[in-house]
Design a protein. Sequence first.
Lengths: 717, 215
Amino acid sequence: MLVRLRCVAALAVAAVIGTASPAYAGGAGCDADIDGSGVVDFPDLLTLLASWGPCPGCPADLDGNGDVDFVDLLSLLAAWDTVCADDFVAMDVVGELLDEYPHFQMVKAFNEVTPILIAIDPHAHPSIVGAAANAYVVASKTAAEWDGDPSLTDVRGAPQVVGFGGPDIQDATVALSGSLSGNGGTEFGIAYDLVVDMDMNGELGPGDFIDGYDADGFRVVRKFTAGGPLTVTTVTYSGGSFLAQRTYYPTDIASMGQLPLVIMSHGNGHQYTWYDYLGEYLASYGFIFMSHQNNTVPGIETASTTTLTNTDYLLGNLGTIAGGVLAGHVQTDRIAWLGHSRGGEGVARAYDRLFDGTYTPSNFTIDDIKLVSSIAPTDFLGTNSANPHGVEYHLLYGSADGDVSGAASCRICQSFSLLERATGFRASTYVQGADHNDFNCCGFNDFTGPASTQIGRPEAQSVAKTAYLALLRHRWDGVDAAMDYITRQYEDIRPTGVQPDTIVDHEYKDSASSIVIDDFQSQTSTSVSSSGGAVAGDVSNRIENRLDDANSSFSWTTADPMNGMTRGRSSDSTRGTVFDWNSDRFLQFSILPAIADWSDRTTLSFRACQGTRHPNTTAVQEDLTFTVTLVDGSGTSSSINIGAYGGGLEEPYQRVGDGSGVGWGNEFEVIRIRLADFLVNGSGLDLSDIEAVRFEFGPSFGSSVGRIGMDDIEVTN
Amino acid sequence: MRLAQRTILGTLAVAAIAGAAAVAAPPAVPATPAPIDRVVAAQPFVLDDAFRFEWREEKPDARAGYLIVIKVNPDLVYPRQTLEPVLYVGNQVAQRVNVGYRSGHVVAIVPAPLDENGVVQLDLAKTPIWFGTPELPERINAHAIEVELSVARAAGITPRPAAEVRAALAATAGRTTAFRDAHRLVQSAAELIRVYSPEEQDLVEGLLVPLVTPE
């Protein structure tokens, strides 16, 4: 009897579900979601049939009469496909299509007029397939604002009816209609939240999806190579010997609150009046910018002194400079020091002197210096003194620098040593085809490189301006979208106005919340990572060592495997690994159980570079790609080619000199992959139990041959 | 760049690079020790307020000396972030106030002691002036200067002719000028730069900006 009844029920069900499409309900019918999966579906039906008959207290006894019977079955069928979420789902939804797995990239920043897509992975949310919904683009709200007012108002005037296909994420994408403004005034674009209103009730509620509940969903960014909306006033004055300054501020500063302060220390033979382009630009976005006379010719100590004394002078004389208009409007605990060349080393040394306590300023403290950035700095003083320590540090560098050249043969020209010494957040912006004086208005042209690669001063300055604005907005204002411009491949996103063929490489490391898999520092064995896991592979010629070109030449030789690594001297500790391949090869880092749970992290991050002038590098003059595979404890794996997101590891700048061959210093780039991308399309990967990270190289996985350096493999946020 | 065409372009570029010279590389640093070409002008000075002379390791206080204008091989003073040849005047490092690459004229401050009568104790006609080994001036001490001086002498560098020095002094009337402090001294140097190195107008203007608190 029981069996027959189940058959009858199944036949009835078949008729119901054959034509069903998802219906979204916050509560009605949701008792039938017996297993609490969020959807009334087959598992619930099977549970009900398995409980058929007397069954007091059973979840399948939907009417509570003590029997699981036809009444319960009919209730379940009536609620078939109902989505029974207790709440809305906050997750990334907005992004762009990719040509290969993971097929869709969730992003936070879009330039104006760039197509914006939304996608929901049907494997993770099967109920969306075939469902109709309204997509709302809403002016960004905080979580508290959403909680207080869940109503939906589309900035485009009306929501967009959308439907999602299946079975995979690439089938479940929808292009947003209409155009969205990115002109946010002094803000970094305009922030929006995206809501997929599944029950189409005009409110954010159970079953809906939101990208942007507790942070911006995404931002549309106008052409920010152009200046901001604020009119700028410039004043030039002197406080005495080596205290001449030019300060830029919003003309209407009297009506404004406190503004962050950026201070520029010029380089040798440069003038403090040569940074109008940056001063006017940042002031037009609401910063105060001061460029000062810098005593660089005697050396770095004197340069650092003038950075310190000029900072002190400005802060101590706000009541008189420019008639006192700045008084009360300088955010004195949010100061960035920028320095160029000798001045770039000088700002690091100035911070080091504060750190060491050998200089005591009168009007600020070390805690007020929130960020230091060097433009093509020298490295005269070395490890102990040209050292940013834990301050947030950024480096801007042009590959065609004919002065601080970065050459292996010039130790004091190796700017990246300063970056390597920074122990806190650090990032770099490497601009191919820019020379040393492209980053000021008027220094001599020292361009050194193939003539066809010269990008010129306006272009280099466009890159510099936008990098600084993005960096400051990201680090100081917490704008996630700004981070996109300093972490994503430049092939993928660049500020509108920067030429499409300008090549820029980013490095970005923020280890504050990272699980470090291998930093190649504390563990010198090639078979054990710094986190203690086994390292195995069949790549060729792999070694770990200091990132230090050992023979003062960029000529390739097997005797100098760290060729092109101009990032440390014998007193520095920075290390990494190098290796090559000519066929399919792999390198695998086992993850110890203690750090196997990555479920509360968002991103796999590492940096890598091509090895300059190596035969495998010169063999293929293009971006290099390979595949990253995560393997969990049950053996499930998921793989992503780093080229899926655009770009790859840039080929070294095609500059000659410093030995034989073509190619300049190795250009590290950060590669950041969302961990959620490894889950796309039902990969089944368990992020709470990762057993290994495997890098796979060769024709089956990317570039057929290659020689690379790699470092800082981390799981981070 | 992931564009496939870049492979082709890259290959073409590489093929061309072998003959593609650097576009505007800085001039090579001339060999040192290197003499100057000429003393053009010289003016003794005294200051009411001594200043800390940062151009040598000892960082002595200075309150007198000479403002000089010299003609030099421009490549010696091309502005570099790396090491530059150091300008010496006898047993002292000179403070170069301007760059001088385009004009070939360098304006420099040379500290010197005062005698008991308040006269600047530096005879430019008996003192060699030259560019020594590239270094950061702040790392140069008395011993290093001695070494550089003996190397210069061994290389045949001698003081400038007395007639040239006399003419240089005459160019500024030769009288000792008193300034309140180093800031005013540098502003005076700026006026010399305006005359002898007019290409550096932006430097001159930068040095002559008004004080926040006027006198």
